[in-house]
Design a protein around this ligand. Structure first.
Ligand code: HPA
Length: 281
């Protein structure tokens, strides 16, 4: 039986339709997560929710402690994780308001701790197979959930992860498009990498909230983004509610095998960070 987690991004710091049972601060070997984990029930299914940018949306993308977030969710037993992200649209199909379940990833981020395995004497060097960055089962369940909820979702797309927090230049977006990027966001990496290292089944559900730089004659404004986000996140919540029960009985897959049982055991024996986590709410 799977245990489902949801990472909320910009526009989704709370899940309105989640019946909250309790919150728990998790200490991790990598420092503080973005906040306490929220345990609750969504459409009859137990889920664990965490707001990636903190419950008050105070943590910018390059400062998110991705390792602590992923380690904490795995530590409480989450096996299947949906990552909600807001993105800019690059290719023609990716107009504002479009929901998609990306199937590929390009990493343009830098300077972010992007592995649980830093090497040295205490740890092995790990090279995971990341040819397919997202879990096929979670992606399929998200699409089935959307269908059930009567909400249209684009069935793929390449997510380009940029460093932020600034938006891109028009030339950067032209380059990303030449590289094959369909949408651009700031949080997709190293989150997806860490999820695979620790063996989580992970997939994004992305909402296009603006045309990427140079794709519209209008400047990109927070007001414009907020308006799309407000309406779009209602659809995201509906897709999540419909998809979560479908995730409960996901068939086994290879996501859990990326690093092997010995390395996984070592990761879980890593000493906890000294400083006690404090809630950000
Ligand atoms: N670029 C990067 N990240 C984003 C964007 C964008 O245009 N929109 C929402 N997140």
């Amino acid at each position: 039986m799977s245990s489902v987690g949801i990472l909320g991004g910009s526009g989704l710091t709370k899940l309105k339709n989640l019946e909250i049972r309790h919150r728990r601060i998790i200490r991790t070997p990598f420092g503080e997560a973005s906040g306490p984990l929220t345990f609750g029930v969504l459409n009859g299914q137990e889920v664990v929710f965490l707001a990636r940018h903190g419950y008050g949306h105070t943590i910018p993308p390059h400062r998110v402690n991705y390792r602590a977030n992923i380690w904490a969710l795995h530590h409480v037993g989450v096996s299947h994780l949906i990552a909600v992200t807001a993105v800019g649209g690059i290719t023609a199909a990716m107009q504002s308001g479009v929901l998609l379940v990306p199937d590929q990833l390009i990493d343009y981020t830098h300077g972010r701790p992007s592995t649980f395995f830093e090497g040295g004497e205490a740890q092995q060097v790990i090279h995971i197979d990341f040819s397919e960055p997202y879990c096929a089962n979670v992606r399929q369940r998200l699409q089935q959930g959307a269908e059930k909820a009567g909400i249209s979702v684009h069935p793929g797309g390449t997510y380009a992860a940029t460093q932020g927090p600034r938006l891109e230049t028009a030339a950067e977006i032209r380059r990303i498009e030449r590289d094959g990027g369909d949408v651009v966001g700031m949080t997709g990496c190293p989150e997806a990498v860490l999820a695979r290292e620790i063996g989580l089944c992970y997939a994004p559900l992305s909402l296009v909230v603006n045309p990427a730089a140079g794709k519209s004659a209008e400047p990109i404004t927070m007001e414009g983004i907020d308006a799309v986000m407000h309406e779009g996140m209602a659809r995201v919540r509906a897709v999540l509610a419909a998809a979560v029960p479908l995730l409960a009985d996901c068939p086994p897959c290879d996501c859990g095998m990326a690093i092997g049982p010995e390395a996984l055991k070592a990761l879980h024996k890593a000493p906890l960070a000294r400083k006690k986590a404090t809630p950000s709410v």
